[in-house]
Structures are given as structure tokens and as C-alpha cells.
Write a protein that binds this ligand. Structure first.
Ligand SMILES: Cc1ncc(COP(=O)(O)O)c(C=O)c1O
Length: 395
């Protein structure tokens, strides 16, 4: 690494998150680690820590991502959550990768393909997202009936995806009902893995009795999804309205708090590459958006929106002290108003740590935590901390 801008990932924290999740929710057989988008920005290197913590299946969105994971682990089963082009099935067989079958035309074509070896497949059902999946019991029955036509196709799983938390809306319950309705003629006990939920499902709902798998994304990366219990008169009124709605719509019981002790594992660092003092009426950066009112020390930091930080980032931390970002964020640099304790080449925390928690930064910048995690670009090297060992990887 030449430029000292990097993302540090604490592998122990990720591993402990899984252990903690499994201690709190022990009743699943399959804990899928959703590691698409370069493991939500953490990088494929982390998968072995996730596996040590208890993840026993991985899920990604493309064949590229799945094959990339094989550089780090040859054994763990990997499910691709989107359909892949059928001419690449040999790659799936070669790398022990499970495909998703999400529409009947695709399946019909799949039946005509001469598979040299067993290929594992999971059926995706569309229970409401209107994105991917079979939509009716008719379609599912046809598919199941024709499965024996291709003896090398192995139906290992069936799943769907929830659109909402289902806390104050009926969509979650409706999706569960739709799943039951589509599968009504199928003996689910003959399908080895049934998985419907994601992180929010895990923490907000009772376990769905017939599901033995859960797909973990954001919780695994340290977001507990616990919602603070709101206080005050307006919250009181909102609560009355929500409770009324729950009764009226017959929404199933949900839990908004949990006992998870999860930690985010990433800290984004950069450094001060230049310092200057500007005077009253001097401006900073493109568009002259910040004008100094008095003598001001400006530290230039070597990170910008091309590294994936939010372009409206508000603060950084230097030597344990929080400072304001001033002027507009540039492609590769930001400017910060500092005091004279800041020195050239001081280390700067951009995201993470106790002063810039991911949740707080995402709220402050008005972007989703998912976008913050996955936004950090590959030009930022990843440095993995494993006890006292550090490994740098450039993806
Ligand atoms: C199909 C599917 N399952 C599971 C997940 C994980 O969701 P979460 O990060 O909310 O746990 C995702 C994330 O986008 C997904 O697309």
C-alpha cells in the first residue's frame, strides 16, 4: 500500500457475531452467510472467519462472485441467488455451486441439458417481491413433477425473500401465506433446505416452523437491528395507532428488541496529506461552498467519493477528536477544519470506531447502512486483522 487509505476489518468480530447470533437463535440447521457484493464490502477473505463462527452455506448474486470465493474456500456450499446463463452450468458443477431456478421456462430448458454430474438447485418462489421466482402452485407442481426427467438435477432447497420487516404492515404475513399456498401440494419435508428469512426476519419474528435455514446479511456484519423503544407523547400516540392497526389487520406478533451483542468490524482510515492556514473570506474546494470566517487550519485528507465515501460526509476523527468536513467532497480528497494539534501524516478515521459508528454516519448522511458497507470501492485496499496478524488484500 502506497497511499495510506485503507479499510481495516476485524475478523474476530465477524466470527463472534456469528457465534452470538447462533447462541441467541440456535434452532436452524443452515446459517447462510450472504456474502454478495464482495461480502458487503468486507471482501471475500472474511469467509473463513464466518465459517469458523458457524456459517455453513454461502450465498452470492453471480457466478463471478461464487468462483471468486473458491480462491478462499473450496468446500463450503455456495448458492447463487439469481439465475445464471445455462451455458455456464459446467462451472457450477466444477466448483460445487448451487443454482437458483426461478422460472418455469428456465427450468424447461434446464431439463434438456445433459449434465455430466449432479447439480444442486434451489427453487425460488415469488411471494410478493415481484422480482424473481415461481408465482403459483401450478408452476411449482409442474416443476416438481418433471424433476425426474433430468436425473442429475438435485432439488436441495426452496426459498423466498421477504420485502418488509412485517412489524407494522401485513406484507410479511401475506408473503408467508403465499409461500404456504404455492407449496400446498408439495411435501416440504422431502426438500432438505427451506429458507425464507433474512436478518430482520430472524430478530423480528418467531422461527417459521418448517424453515431450517436463515440467510444472514447485515446482522452478520454487526447491525443488531434492535430498534430503540421510542419515548414521548408522539411515540405514545404512534404506538396506539400501530397496536390498533395490528389488531385490525391481524398482524402476527413481532419483537423489536433483542439480546444480540453484535459489533461492526470495519474501520476506514486515511491520513492527513497536507495542512494550511487560510484566512477570513478564503474559500475551500469546488464551488467555493465553504468560506472561512476567521483564520482556519485546513487538513487535506487522501480520500474522496471515488473511494466510495458519501459525498456529504460530515465528520472525521483525528487523534480521537471529531472534526468537521468543509467544502465539497472531491473525487480523491476531502478538506477538514482542524486545530493545531493535528500534524502532517496523522491517521484519520473516516468511518467506524466508537466515534463514527456506521449507523450514526448512515443517519447523518441520509444513506442506508447497506449502501455504506457496499459502497467502499475496490481501490481501497482491505487490511484484515486476525489477532495480531494483518493481511493486506487488493481486490
Ligand atoms: C435473497 C436475499 N437473501 C438474504 C439477504 C440478506 O439480507 P439482510 O442483509 O437484510 O440480512 C439478501 C440481501 O439483499 C438477499 O437479497
Amino acid at each position: 500500500m502506497y497511499r495510506k487509505t485503507y479499510l481495516e476489518i476485524d475478523c474476530e468480530k465477524l466470527k463472534n457475531n456469528i457465534i452470538n447470533i447462533k447462541q441467541n437463535y440456535p434452532n436452524y440447521e443452515y446459517y447462510f452467510g450472504v456474502v454478495k457484493a464482495n461480502a458487503y464490502g468486507h471482501g471475500s477473505f472474511i469467509i473463513n472467519s464466518l465459517i469458523e463462527g458457524g456459517i455453513n452455506y454461502l450465498a452470492v448474486s453471480s457466478l463471478e462472485e461464487a468462483i471468486k470465493l473458491r480462491e478462499y474456500n473450496k468446500e463450503i456450499p455456495i448458492l447463487i441467488l439469481e439465475p445464471i446463463h445455462l451455458q455456464y452450468l459446467d462451472k457450477c458443477i466444477q466448483h460445487n455451486i448451487t443454482i437458483t431456478v426461478s422460472n418455469i421456462e428456465y427450468f424447461n430448458e434446464l431439463l434438456t441439458i445433459n449434465l455430466p454430474k449432479k447439480l444442486k438447485m434451489h427453487i425460488k418462489l415469488d411471494t410478493g417481491m415481484s422480482r424473481l421466482g415461481l408465482q403459483s402452485s401450478d408452476e411449482l407442481d409442474k416443476l416438481i413433477n418433471r424433476l425426474p426427467d433430468n436425473p442429475n438435477l438435485f432439488l436441495e432447497g426452496i426459498y423466498t425473500h421477504f420485502a418488509t420487516s412485517g412489524i407494522n404492515d401485513k406484507h410479511w404475513d401475506n408473503q408467508l401465506e403465499k409461500f404456504k399456498q404455492i407449496t400446498k401440494n408439495v411435501d416440504l419435508s422431502t426438500i432438505p433446505i427451506i429458507h425464507m428469512g433474512r436478518s430482520l426476519t430472524l430478530v423480528n419474528h418467531e422461527k417459521i416452523p418448517f424453515c431450517n435455514g436463515i440467510r444472514l446479511g447485515i446482522a452478520m456484519y454487526g447491525m443488531s437491528q434492535s430498534m430503540p423503544i421510542p419515548t414521548g407523547f408522539r411515540a405514545f400516540l404512534r404506538n396506539i395507532r400501530n397496536n390498533h392497526n395490528k389488531k385490525k389487520l391481524n398482524i402476527s406478533p413481532t419483537t423489536t428488541t433483542n439480546n444480540l451483542k453484535l459489533e461492526t468490524a470495519i474501520t476506514l482510515y486515511s491520513e492527513v496529506i497536507e495542512l494550511r492556514t487560510i484566512h477570513a473570506n478564503d474559500f475551500v474546494g469546488y464551488g467555493a461552498l465553504f468560506t472561512a470566517q476567521k483564520d482556519t487550519i485546513i487538513a487535506t485528507i487522501s480520500i474522496g467519493y471515488a473511494d466510495g465515501i458519501p459525498s456529504n460526509i460530515k465528520h472525521v476523527v483525528i487523534n480521537n477528536k471529531k472534526y468537521d468536513v468543509v467544502g465539497s467532497t472531491c473525487m480523491d480528497m476531502i478538506c477538514v477544519s482542524v486545530d493545531d494539534s493535528v500534524k502532517l501524516y496523522d491517521k484519520v478515521t473516516i468511518l467506524g470506531g466508537d466515534k463514527l459508528p456506521i449507523k450514526e454516519v448512515s443517519n447523518e448522511c441520509g444513506i442506508r447502512t447497506y449502501s455504506l458497507f457496499t459502497g467502499i470501492r475496490n481501490r481501497v485496499p482491505r487490511v484484515y486483522k486476525n489477532g495480531d496478524d494483518y493481511t493486506e488484500i487488493n481486490y
